[in-house]
Design a protein around this ligand. Structure first.
Ligand code: CTP
Length: 404
């Protein structure tokens, strides 16, 4: 999560009765860390599961539970609390509350707030699978969607009641991601983005191999930013220890050849290709079938190498290439190497960074190289840079990519 990506956003976080209330403590922490102002409103039932004291401590604001709360000077809590809101998020949203929303009922503070709102409404359902599958619930959810309400989740899996199925609330982190995506400008709506990320691993024998220090963080941050910008995102990832960004389709590979093949299988569908992976330039021509052992005379092993395919150059060479973006991680002379690389790989845009010095770090400094010149983006964390970069890419998309 980027620091302060929700800065300036005012959220009313409405909690209704359900065991998933425990997840909202963590969600509130994430939203506050993301820069949002969080005004918690709880139904009477929600206070049976978690106390307003906990929610007040985490949100840093007084919690409201009653329409008749004397703390609101004009006694119009249902209007005042949502007046500045950029969205109301109902999490967890119980079966009962979805039914009330679908019918426009207003018999407590939270339901009245929803009816009186002048901002988007997001609901995060949480219930037992039978309650979720109940035709009345499904009817209500369809009605809410038709009314323009965003329904986030639900998830599938083990439930507090001991059953397994659809209905459990998205985890706090996934809910945060969905809320952050909701607010991101949809600069890539309808676009399909294919990315590579991470290192590759070129085996020498069944236990050893050659790899590099790329963490995959920049590529994963870009995949997340592209998804939030409304794109369909396919991420081809080398071996990295990172969670898949929410809503992104991920394909794991090991070697450069596998990464190349995965990209070539999918590239025809892509409007944009971003090669962020640190791809091994060479692989050994014969991978030993068995572990290479020390010999009695201690002779050193020797390997001969063959060149790997250049994935980015292969994409750029296609008859109808997507808008192709390369990355260059250099340890020096960035301007010279990056522009040379852009021309050699024949891509319209190449992103240069002092990569070997920033592998694994959360901060980065990047420069855009293109025929028209050079653009420097201010140093920032990788998530912020990723958002800025997606905006830069969106600006540069040729019209032809609209009709690919
Ligand atoms: N790249 C690729 N396939 C390769 C090598 C590189 O797709 N086999 C892509 C990378 O994902 C990156 C860009 O090409 O977008 C530049 O990668 P880099 O390793 O810096 O370039 P190389 O051509 O390998 O140049 P060198 O190692 O000589 O610096």
């Amino acid at each position: 999560m980027a620091t302060a990506e929700l800065a300036g956003k005012h959220l009313v976080l409405g909690m209704t009765g359900g065991i998933a209330c425990y997840k909202i403590a963590e969600l509130t922490r994430l939203l506050v860390k993301g820069g949002a102002t969080v005004q918690v409103v709880m139904t009477e039932a929600a206070t049976q599961f978690i106390t307003p004291v906990t929610m007040q401590a985490l949100s840093g604001r007084p919690v409201y539970t009653s329409q008749w709360d004397g703390r609101v000077p004009n006694n119009m809590a249902h209007i005042d609390l949502s007046r500045e809101a950029d969205a109301i998020v109902i999490a967890p949203a119980s079966t009962d509350f979805l039914a009330k929303l679908a019918h426009g009922m207003a018999d407590d503070l939270l339901s009245t707030l929803c009816v009186a709102r002048d901002c988007p409404l997001l609901v995060v359902p949480a219930m037992n699978r039978q309650m979720w599958q109940n035709p009345a619930t499904q009817r209500n959810v369809t009605q809410l969607r038709g009314d323009g309400v965003d329904v986030l989740g639900p998830d599938s899996g083990p439930q507090a009641c001991g059953e397994t199925g659809d209905g459990r609330m998205l985890e706090a982190a996934a809910t945060y991601e969905a809320i952050a995506a909701f607010f991101a400008p949809k600069l890539l709506a309808g676009r399909r983005v294919l990315l590579t990320a991470g290192p590759t691993f070129e085996p020498l024998d069944p236990v050893r191999g050659i790899t590099n220090r790329s963490s995959g963080k920049m590529g994963f941050a870009l995949a997340r930013a592209a998804q939030q910008a409304g794109a369909d995102v396919h991420l081809v990832a080398g071996p990295v220890a990172l969670d898949t960004p929410w809503g992104v389709i991920r394909e794991d590979v090991q070697t450069a050849q596998q990464m190349h093949d995965a990209v070539m299988r999918s590239v025809a569908d892509a409007d944009i290709f971003i090669g962020v992976a640190a791809v091994a330039d060479w692989r050994v021509d014969h991978v030993s079938e068995h572990k290479i052992k020390k010999t009695a005379d201690r002779a050193l092993p020797s390997f001969s190498f063959v060149e790997n395919p250049d994935i980015l150059a292969s994409v750029a060479k296609l008859a109808h290439p997507p808008f192709a973006v390369g990355f260059a991680a250099e340890s020096g002379d960035l301007d010279v190497h990056a522009e040379e690389k852009r021309l050699r790989k024949n891509v319209p845009l190449l992103i240069g960074n002092l990569g070997p010095l920033t592998f694994g770090l959360d901060d980065n400094e990047i420069i855009l190289y293109e025929a028209g010149g050079v653009t420097r983006l201010p140093r920032a964390d990788k998530q912020t840079l990723a958002r800025a970069l997606i905006a830069e890419i969106a600006k540069r998309l040729p019209d032809t990519s609209l009709i690919r």
